[in-house]
Design a protein around this ligand. Structure first.
Ligand code: C2E
Ligand code: MG
Ligand code: MG
Ligand code: MG
Length: 290
């Protein structure tokens, strides 16, 4: 009986796959048109110093609203773009736009680090380092104001080649962070070998804080590891004050999450910068022109 159901299930599976293939082709087609027409936007999520509450950076997150398909989640369309190769031109647009915004903030006297997600497909293109160098040079952005968020998969696919590229990026002065840390398959050896600055603790380990003892233990271990390797640490997906308190006491440096703000368009980000809660006395140090 079970087998029969399994076989019947298999028959239903085929057309389902075709539907999925069709919608993937449709999404891919619509993305190409959207890029040509300027249909993508970037939102920025504040990265906050966990002790002072000051905004120290922003993660650029791509947004796409299609007239026919509606608002699509990046988790979905990025995957389609990675499969089709469209992530290369899309990723180049994201990088260019984020660097343009970062340069604008820099010219206004704001020392923010703008973090950009880099897909493995994009990173593996032979001219990736040259493109990064050209884009920051064209915008006049100091390299230290750009951070690239890489996934663990980038580091394990071709570790020798990855090391060469990461060293070249670090030599430019670009900051390198590992995104969704703790969810990948890589060994800890690469943390020592690669010129990394920062680890981003994955949201899945933050969700259960402070009550879940496994999550608490994992987070404390990551803090310990980051200290030993002199890496800076940020927690993503922080939604509650209790989570922030735990992270503060554990020794995490920064946080990002709905507790402070979701990703917002650049005008709203500017508003956050203006009314950010500064610790006593720190307002004197804030150099805002005009
Ligand atoms: P990510 O890089 O790990 O980004 C964090 C995701 O968590 C974002 O989802 C963000 O909106 C969401 N988030 C932030 N704070 C909270 C919180 O407190 N609670 C919850 N529940 N979620 C929170 P988003 O914008 O939907 O992006 C999803 C993923 O898509 C990103 O995960 C990243 O892997 C990918 N992505 C987004 N933009 C780009 C891009 O420009 N290039 C590439 N290659 N990937 C991108
Ligand atoms: Mg990210
Ligand atoms: Mg992340
Ligand atoms: Mg994530």
């Amino acid at each position: 009986r079970v087998k029969e159901r399994g076989r019947a299930g298999f028959r239903f599976y085929q057309p389902q796959m075709n539907v999925d293939l069709l919608s993937r082709m449709k999404i891919d087609q619509a993305m190409r048109q959207a890029l040509a027409r300027g249909g993508f936007r970037l939102h920025y999520q504040p990265q906050v110093d966990i002790r002072t509450g000051a905004i120290v950076g922003a993660e650029a997150l791509v947004r796409w609203h299609d007239e026919e398909l509606g608002e699509l989640s990046p988790a979905r369309f990025i995957q389609v773009a990675e499969e089709s190769g469209f992530i290369v031109p899309l990723g180049e647009w994201v990088l260019t736009e984020a660097v343009r915004q970062a340069a604008q903030w820099h010219r206004r006297g704001l020392d923010l680090v703008v973090a950009v997600n880099v897909s493995a497909v994009q990173f593996q293109r032979s001219n990736f380092v040259e493109r990064v160098a050209a884009i920051i040079a064209a915008a006049g952005l100091p390299a230290r104001n750009l951070e690239l968020e890489l996934t663990e998969s980038i580091l394990i696919q071709d570790a020798d080649e990855a090391l060469l590229r990461l060293n070249a990026l670090a030599a430019l002065g670009v900051r390198l962070a590992i995104d969704d840390f703790g969810t990948g398959y890589s060994s800890l050896g690469y943390l020592k070998r690669f010129p990394l600055r920062k680890l981003k603790i994955d949201r899945s380990f933050i969700q259960g804080l402070p009550a879940d003892e496994s999550d608490a233990g994992i987070v404390r271990s990551i803090v310990y590891l980051a200290r030993a390797l002199r890496l800076s640490l940020i927690a993503e997906g922080v939604e509650t004050e209790a989570q922030r308190q735990f992270l503060l006491q554990a020794g995490c440096d920064e946080f990002q999450g709905f507790l402070f703000s979701p990703a917002v368009e650049s005008a709203a980000f500017d508003a956050l910068l203006e009314r950010e809660a500064l610790p006593a006395g720190a307002a004197d140090d804030l150099a805002l022109p005009g």
